[in-house]
Design a protein. Structure first.
Length: 369
């Protein structure tokens, strides 16, 4: 992917040095949970390569960008130049009480995730990474709190997502079509923490006979979600399309009226940016990454309380948007302006350049990218 990008847009001053591990390690890692072990070893290998390069070249700045989670160490933080960490996430958790809605497998996943994060936070090298950062960029406010607790002094919230101009041009080419029904759309893997069940429950409670709810994606929760639709008696207004192509998804987005994305813990929320770029309002929770990228003018963020209250508030938001085409259009236009102003990669590149200059000067009190 990197080499393909270099061919498409050659940069004379860009030098990529690839680091990999011995075959005997690769054969035992890079799969499933062992990928985390691979990553740990790879970080060590990358440090020694970077140290040799620094002795030969003399870097002005070191920036760690991946993996994008705060509870893994970055050994290149040990190098002498100023160190920029992130954006990294991983500090987001499901709101209290929502795990009762999960399947047994979902609850087990959440416990394992919390345990893995706790183990990572006790790693002295993770704490050292935080303390040595001249600037720490957190994908969400939740991750920022964890990073400060680890010892990072200069922490800013900075979503790690953006869109290219080609993406915006693609969304401009989407043809919108008129329909008799208002269409709500959800897109993503059907996982327990994505909140699709909340969207279905809210749609059922909203009681909108002239609306439909389309769900795009596949995953282990599909059977439970389909059963929920049958239980609520809304099979005639809810459809599951499974996994479809990106072109098909974009066309469907263009023919929909609003995106429903009630994810329960997410660092990013790229689909929310895509919906706003396509001039569609977004319904989400006031929680995690989507709560940062979706503004008051571009959608409706539902406060997180207990599950029943969230469902009721989502239902009210659906009714509000379904009954007001003018509001949908206004939020859609505001969403596009919001993305162009803050979430194109061209804008973010300029912001990162300013961050680098501040880190090198030792002044890290500016705004996040």
């Amino acid at each position: 992917m990197i080499e393909e990008a270099k061919r498409c847009e050659p940069l004379e001053n860009l030098h990529v040095v690839y680091v990999d591990l011995p075959d005997w390690i690769l054969r035992r890692t890079k799969q499933g949970t062992s990928a985390q072990l691979f990553y740990y070893f790879w970080q060590l290998a990358a440090y020694f390569v970077a140290r040799r390069l620094h002795r030969r070249i003399g870097f002005d700045l070191v920036h760690h960008v991946t993996y994008a989670k705060f509870w893994a160490p970055s050994f290149v933080s040990l190098l002498p130049p100023p160190f920029v960490w992130g954006p990294v996430g991983g500090g987001e958790s499901s709101p209290p009480g929502f795990d009762a809605r999960y399947s047994r497998a979902g609850r087990l996943y959440e416990r394992m995730r919390e345990t893995a994060r706790w183990i990572g936070e006790t790693d002295p090298f993770v704490k050292l990474t935080a303390r040595r950062s001249a600037l720490a960029l957190a994908a969400t406010a939740e991750s920022a709190a964890h990073m400060r607790a680890l010892g990072a002094r200069n922490v800013r919230v900075c979503p790690a997502i953006g869109l290219t101009q080609a993406d915006l041009d693609c969304f401009d080419a989407i043809e919108t079509t008129g329909r008799d029904r208002v269409r709500f759309l959800s897109i993503g893997r059907l996982l327990h923490w994505k909140g699709f069940d909340l969207g279905i429950e809210a749609f059922a409670r909203a009681g909108l006979p002239n609306a439909e709810f389309v769900i795009v994606g596949d995953g282990p929760e599909r059977g439970r979600l389909e059963a929920l639709v049958r239980e609520r008696g809304i099979e005639d207004r809810v459809s599951f399309l499974g996994k479809i192509t990106r072109d098909q998804t974009l066309k469907l987005l263009g023919s929909s009226d609003a995106l429903v994305h009630p994810s329960l813990h997410e660092s990013g929320g790229l689909v929310c940016l895509e919906a706003m770029a396509a001039r569609r309002p977004v319904l989400c929770l006031d929680w995690g990454g989507p709560a940062i990228v979706v503004a008051d003018s571009t959608g409706i963020r539902v406060p997180v309380g207990d599950a029943d209250t969230v469902i009721a508030d989502l239902a009210a938001a659906m009714k509000r948007l379904a009954g007001d085409a003018g509001l949908r259009a206004e939020m859609g236009q505001a969403g596009r302006r919001h993305v162009e102003a803050h979430y194109t990669w061209a804008r973010k590149i300029d912001a990162y350049r300013a961050v680098y200059e501040e880190a090198v000067r030792g002044n890290c009190d500016g705004a996040a990218p």
